[in-house]
Ligand binder design. Structure first.
Ligand SMILES: Cc1cc2nc3c(=O)[nH]c(=O)nc-3n(C[C@H](O)[C@H](O)[C@H](O)COP(=O)(O)OP(=O)(O)OC[C@H]3O[C@@H](n4cnc5c(N)ncnc54)[C@H](O)[C@@H]3O)c2cc1C
Length: 303
């Protein structure tokens, strides 16, 4: 605790302009609305600020909890003795580059980028319009929907390696809901997305159609972290959960959405433990009924 107090003091001294919220409840920063206070949450507003902060953390041997929009995270509701780092609005610049390329900083949201692409008459990002994350989080997760994935469009990724050296790679090491960044330790700064020429009308029409499909099938009015489990080979997690009779099943404030069995929703006041217990119950029941072992897609932050 004394170490963290000293660390926070050092951060304030070395990064005077940085927004640093002490004891900030992380429930406010993730879509599940679950998460206890962390020692401090930093909201860097420039790459320089981010780099200065990372240097201090590295010197102190502190691994930060990196967050984008917090839409794929389930965070403990106990006190988190760590510095969290949210890459959002302050690092969300996006622009068109030569050819059919968009460059964006990692805190840009996918919906912001899909709208920019439509305005620039560039097609290929419509699938991402309704995914509520940032570019950084989407690259880590190789987020995808309706037949598209980040790996289809990301042609170059800028990141800080473990030694905080800025690097660029064309190889994201992507596979289903994974990338070379999934293991943590490297920080995505931004990426170039290569798209193709299209018409604004067709692009926005497709985005509207996909938004309608989402609204019709997903519980968008309740806090969640999207699909709780990954799609197992040759099957759909939601179908297996539904077949196991778990639609509407709840533990405390956590419930398998009656609208979409692939989503665990927070019906109000769900605790970290409620969600974990429900997830375990789903895994055990699905395994008993269908012999399939479901693997979490949601990233769980225990400490
Ligand atoms: C209603 C709803 C619908 C969803 N629909 C979909 C969908 O259709 N398809 C899909 O794939 N997902 C979906 N999701 C899940 C989620 O939106 C995606 O996984 C998204 O890409 C996560 O982005 P984020 O910015 O919120 O990342 P976070 O949840 O904040 O973080 C995810 C991971 O990325 C890491 N991270 C974040 N930013 C960086 C960075 N700059 N550098 C290094 N590491 C970083 C974090 O440490 C964490 O490990 C949905 C979620 C919700 C709530």
């Amino acid at each position: 605790m004394a170490d963290l107090t000293r660390l926070i003091r050092d951060i304030r001294a070395s990064c005077p302009g940085l927004t640093l919220l002490e004891n900030e409840p992380l429930a406010r920063h993730c879509s599940f609305r679950i998460g206890g206070p962390c020692a401090a949450l930093a909201l860097p507003a420039s790459e320089e600020e981010l780099l200065d902060l990372c240097r201090i953390l590295r010197q102190a041997g502190q691994e930060p909890l990196v967050m984008g929009n917090g839409t794929n995270l389930l965070i403990t509701d106990a006190y988190l003795p760590r510095i969290a780092l949210r890459l959002g609005e302050g690092l969300s610049r996006a622009e068109r580059r030569a050819g059919n390329v968009l460059y964006a900083q990692s805190g840009a949201t996918l919906s912001q980028l899909a709208v920019l692409a439509a305005r620039q008459r560039l097609t290929g990002l419509e699938f991402a319009h309704g995914i509520p994350g940032t570019l950084g989080g989407a690259l880590v997760m190789n987020a995808g929907a309706y037949g598209g994935e980040m790996k289809d469009v990301a042609v170059s990724i800028r990141y800080l390696d473990r030694e905080l050296i800025p690097r660029e790679t064309a190889d994201g090491g992507f596979s289903y809901r994974r990338s070379r960044f999934s293991a943590g330790g490297e920080l995505i700064l931004g990426a170039c997305l290569e798209l193709a020429p299209g018409t604004e009308e067709a692009i926005t029409g497709r985005m509207r159609e996909l938004a309608e499909r989402r609204r019709a099938s997903q519980p968008l009015d309740q806090p969640s972290a999207g699909s709780t489990f990954k799609r197992p080979p040759g099957a759909f997690a939601a179908a297996l959960i539904q077949e196991a009779g778990l639609k509407g099943y709840s533990v405390g404030g956590a419930m398998v959405s009656p609208k979409h069995a692939g989503f665990v929703v927070n019906t109000g006041g769900a605790t970290f433990r409620d969600v974990l217990e429900l997830m375990e119950h789903i895994q055990n029941t699905v395994y008993r009924v269908s012999g399939v072992q479901l693997e979490p897609e949601v990233r769980i932050v225990r400490e």
